[in-house]
Design a binder for this molecule. Structure first.
Ligand code: TRP
Length: 447
């Protein structure tokens, strides 16, 4: 690296970058369809509970590991763990990050295609069947989905090449406020639609009879995925935050912003879905298939379609940056590669794996492993196993093997901050979170 000091240059930059890593397709694409499939309000409450009770303490824990060690995810466990074996958690994180990025980049690439479709007016005036056909033709194709995936990978790698401050931090500081503004604008539009009330009722009125056990687990899994917990993203970004920042405050900001954006995405989507008679439970295709119909049937729909898909791609980009930075920080610090070489090589590796995820919608759609297409397999294996296992390993390391006094020292900035809630935090780290994680992992296996 150049002469740039290690880490972000400001607290705000750190929050924007980390919130950008957390806020992503998980909030705007995945959260609404999960909400739709699990009956709305009750799912929202369950998810909110998990974000506040487990999400904040777990982000804090990753921050402690990163900031204490001032290292990438492998270096962090090497430095903090007395025995060399702990680095296995770091390597495990690298693999999880790679697999997540491989399938995440597919859906990220779709956002670019949809920006182009919206800008060239190719989504307007279509019948619902034609909208679905547009989606299917595109995603099952060979050239274009791969092309857009690669384009997205290149954009991400480019930002990373510029470095932590001049690339990641700078881009996040521009894109995140833009995302908030666009989202606010879309919320206002949606709230002035005829069925706004019905949409809001669906999101905010908890009907617990609609929330099954699997829905509760989905809410827990969703909170981890959405907050980017369990693959070292927050370890890496935590290592870039200032020793003067409050880990508790930064983590709370990240979690609250993430939650607000997810709820806001729901506020954008459901009033529109109800106003135009669509099905709220239509699954992963919700934003790509249902929304274009909605845009079609409202005045100035093309404009809103463009805004929406730009919003989606911004959210995706700041997240793919955080995913790739996990890998790049590792190769830069542990393998002494320079940033440019790291960005390019890790990008190519991700592309080599990710291309199979893209093609699993089309040419490889009949190739199934355990009944899953490659894309679904990656999504399922990471969300149901790798993230919870990685998080469990992290809590066991920090809660049971790393000295409590050192954890407290890092969280209170050497005693400078009050640590009133420390015992509560430590209880969650040591007992509550690991138990919840074991439940998710076991129930995933049983299912
Ligand atoms: N949290 C992001 C989202 O909601 C996705 C993501 C980025 C992620 N980095 C991650 C998920 C690390 C898990 C781990 O879209």
């Amino acid at each position: 690296m150049g002469k740039e000091q290690r880490g972000f240059s400001s607290s705000l930059g750190a929050i924007m970058a980390a919130a950008g890593g957390a806020i992503g397709l998980g909030n705007i694409w995945r959260y609404p369809y999960m909400l739709g499939e699990n009956g709305g309000g009750a799912f929202l409450l369950a998810n909110m509970f998990f974000v506040l009770a487990f999400g904040i303490p777990l982000i804090m824990s990753e921050f402690v590991i990163g900031r204490r060690s001032q290292s990438n995810v492998v270096g962090a466990y090497r430095k903090l763990g007395k025995k060399k074996g702990w680095t296995i958690i770091g390597y495990f994180s690298l693999i999880s990050a790679l697999l997540i990025y491989a399938f995440y980049s597919v859906v990220s690439g779709w956002t670019l295609n949809y920006i182009v479709l919206a800008c060239t007016n190719k989504l307007s005036g279509l019948s619902p069947e034609q909208v679905t056909e547009t989606f299917t033709t595109f995603t099952t194709g060979t050239f274009w989905p791969v092309f857009y995936q690669l384009l997205f990978l290149i954009m991400t790698a480019l930002v990373i090449t510029f470095g932590v401050q001049k690339g990641i931090e700078k881009v996040s500081k521009v894109l995140m406020p833009m995302l908030f503004l666009l989202l606010l604008f879309m919320c206002i539009r949606s709230l002035t639609l005829p069925a706004a009330k019905q949409g809001l009722h669906f999101i905010f009125h908890p009907d617990f009879s609609k929330l099954k056990m699997s829905g509760v687990l989905d809410a827990l899994g969703q909170s981890f995925f959405s907050l980017s917990i369990g693959v070292g993203a927050m370890v890496t970004y935590g290592s870039y935050t200032s020793k003067e920042d409050s880990i508790f405050k930064t983590s709370t900001w990240i979690a609250v912003c993430d939650l607000l954006v997810a709820v806001a995405a729901g506020v954008v989507i459901f009033p529109a879905v109800f106003s135009f008679g669509m099905d709220p439970a239509s699954g992963p295709e919700l934003v790509y298939v249902v929304l274009p119909n909605v845009f079609n049937s409202m005045p100035a729909g093309t404009l809103f379609a463009v805004i929406f898909f730009v919003l989606l791609s911004i959210a995706a980009l700041t997240s793919t940056i955080s995913l790739q930075e996990i890998l790049v920080a590792y190769t830069v610090e542990e393998r002494q590669w320079n940033r440019r070489k790291s960005s390019i090589i890790s990008m190519l590796v991700i592309f080599a794996v990710g291309i199979f995820c893209t093609l699993s919608f089309g040419p490889l759609s009949n190739f199934k492993i355990f009944g899953f297409t490659i894309f679904d397999l990656f999504d399922h294996v990471t969300a149901s196993y790798l993230l919870p296992i990685g998080t469990l390993a992290m809590t066991i390391f920090l809660g049971w093997f790393y000295p409590k006094a050192e954890v407290k020292d890092e969280i209170t900035n050497g005693g400078a901050l009050k640590g009133n809630l420390f015992e509560l935090y430590y209880f969650i780290l040591r007992y509550a979170a690991p138990i919840a994680l074991v439940i998710i992992i076991v129930s995933g296996i049983v299912e």
